[in-house]
Write a protein that binds this ligand. Structure first.
Ligand code: GLN
Length: 476
């Protein structure tokens, strides 16, 4: 059963060769064992379900009861939803995020909540208040972040598939570091209602899966306008399961700004090999320019902390989770709660964001970062008038050692060099495994114009077939 993709599992349940209850039980036992092992295991989960569905009955719908792991920050009624933070420890939301309800109505059964960087801030899953996650390919290494628990769980066969969120790379980078598929949709394609917010103009939910077809299947049940999220949109067409085996007639752009300096040699070699494959598959490769992309990281690290400082103002000890004891007065209670409840990275972002938004500095930082953001979106628009899709490595390195970058925030931020430009432009991008370097997976990022997900998934599917990546070494 573990060898079945989620699509295969749904089909097997459909033709009654396995039952949803059996499948759930296999994964539940594996997930619960990892949870029980704590720091000795991969530490993928913050909560594991006990039964197939709240009432115990078999879920109906096209997803046929296939178990789904969900990043901790998706509010799930009655289930701990803590966004990897101490300040939300024990918080049981009274409602469920739209995307989780939609997937449940489509027949997915909630298997577990996954560990993540605190409030989705990080690239290594080491900022979680619930301990770091380990990479199943090599346990001394990070799985990437912030959706590290989701990525490691899928790679290790502890869940058939999982939900993550991506603000600047948090689906694509951990997918790359764990050797699986991760899709960040067009901004607005999926409702953000019920997602514990980090940076609202960037946050998007998306699938982490073993293959491209599973990504398309999960995504097809997530999209659509939600009256509870004013930034959500009706996707202009139905999401199809990908079938392409060739890339004939497709022009792929390779931006020199994101494929040169700072990318590790082994990652670049796997990337170049993928480009050669693309040509064999009939694609044309063209060099393109994204002149403002090198400034994306600087703009992102003003805009995202600015939005976070505002979003995180609500955690004050009054309404949710933790409240510090022994305060003298209200202000003291706020201060102590936020002091005890937030970790170092979150505090750093709140301070950066508050400073960037302060009167007198607002235009110099936030205003300027927004202008850079517009330039980046224009670069992509121009480039997509010349090419269909853009290819880059997903992350500049393979999975690095636990602890290697925790003392140097800037080194950590550089992980997102290749993924942040697409986030700022609001366009979709997928990461698929394209080979190994030093025995560790390398991710290939494919980006397209807004709402080009079908084309993106098709191209990714053709690549996947041709590259024949073997994800099995990561099963544990
Ligand atoms: N690593 C980036 C950050 O820390 C992106 C995180 C994300 O996409 N949620 O902000």
């Amino acid at each position: 059963m573990l060898e079945l993709s989620a699509f295969g599992a749904a089909a097997a349940i459909g033709d009654r060769s396995i039952s949803a209850a059996e499948l759930f039980d296999v994964y539940r036992r594996r997930a619960a064992a990892d949870r029980a092992a704590g720091g000795e295991g991969l530490n993928c989960f913050t909560w594991v379900a006990e039964e197939l569905s709240p009432g115990g009955e078999t879920p109906q719908g096209s997803l046929a009861g296939v178990p789904l792991a969900v990043k901790d920050l998706f509010c799930t009624e009655g289930v701990p939803s803590q966004s990897g933070s101490r300040i939300l420890e024990g918080y049981l939301p009274p409602y469920t995020a739209t995307v989780v309800s939609r997937l449940r109505s489509a027949g997915a059964s909630l298997l577990a909540k996954t560990n993540q960087d605190e409030f989705a801030m990080g690239s290594s899953n080491e900022s979680s208040a619930y301990g770091p996650v380990r990479n199943p390919w090599e346990r001394t290494r990070v799985p990437g972040g912030s959706s590290g628990g989701s990525a490691a769980a899928v790679a290790a066969g502890l869940a058939p598939w999982a939900l993550g969120t991506d603000t600047g790379g948090s689906i694509r980078q951990p997918a790359a570091l764990c050797g699986i598929v991760g899709l960040k949709p067009t901004y607005g394609a999926v409702s953000r209602y019920g997602m514990i917010a980090f940076a609202s103009s960037l946050d998007q939910a998306g699938p982490l899966t073993r293959d491209v077809r599973d990504a398309a299947l999960l995504f097809s049940q997530m999209v659509g306008r939600d009256p509870r999220d004013a930034t959500s949109l009706q996707f202009p067409h139905a999401i199809e399961l990908p079938s392409a085996e060739r890339l004939d007639g497709i022009t792929l752009g390779v931006p020199e700004e994101l494929t040169g300096e700072g990318i590790e040699a082994g990652v670049l070699a796997a990337f170049q090999a993928a480009l050669a494959r693309a040509q064999e598959l009939g694609a044309q490769i063209r060099e393109v320019r994204l002149p403002h992309a090198p400034h994306a990281l600087s703009a992102y690290y003003v805009i995202a902390p600015a939005e976070a400082s505002s979003n995180l103002a609500r955690f004050d000890g009054v309404r949710y989770g933790l409240r510090a004891e022994g305060a003298d007065d209200l202000l003291d209670m706020y201060t102590r709660t936020r002091h005890d409840g937030f970790g170092a990275e979150v505090k750093r972002r709140i301070m950066l964001g508050t400073y960037a938004l302060s009167s007198g500095y607002y235009d110099a930082y936030y205003g300027r970062a927004q202008r850079v953001r517009t330039k980046i979106a224009e670069d992509f628009r121009k480039t997509f008038s010349e090419v269909d899709l853009i290819l880059t490595p997903t992350a500049p390195t393979v999975a690095f050692a636990l602890g290697e970058k925790t003392g140097d925030p800037l080194a950590m931020y550089l992980n997102d060099y290749c993924t942040v430009p697409m986030s700022l432009a609001g366009i979709p991008a997928i990461s698929i495994p394209c080979g190994l370097s030093d025995g560790l997976p390398v991710g290939l990022q494919i980006a397209g114009p807004a709402f080009s997900e079908n084309r993106l998934l098709d191209a990714a599917h053709a690549f996947e077939l041709a590259l024949g990546f073997d994800g099995s070494p990561a099963r544990v």
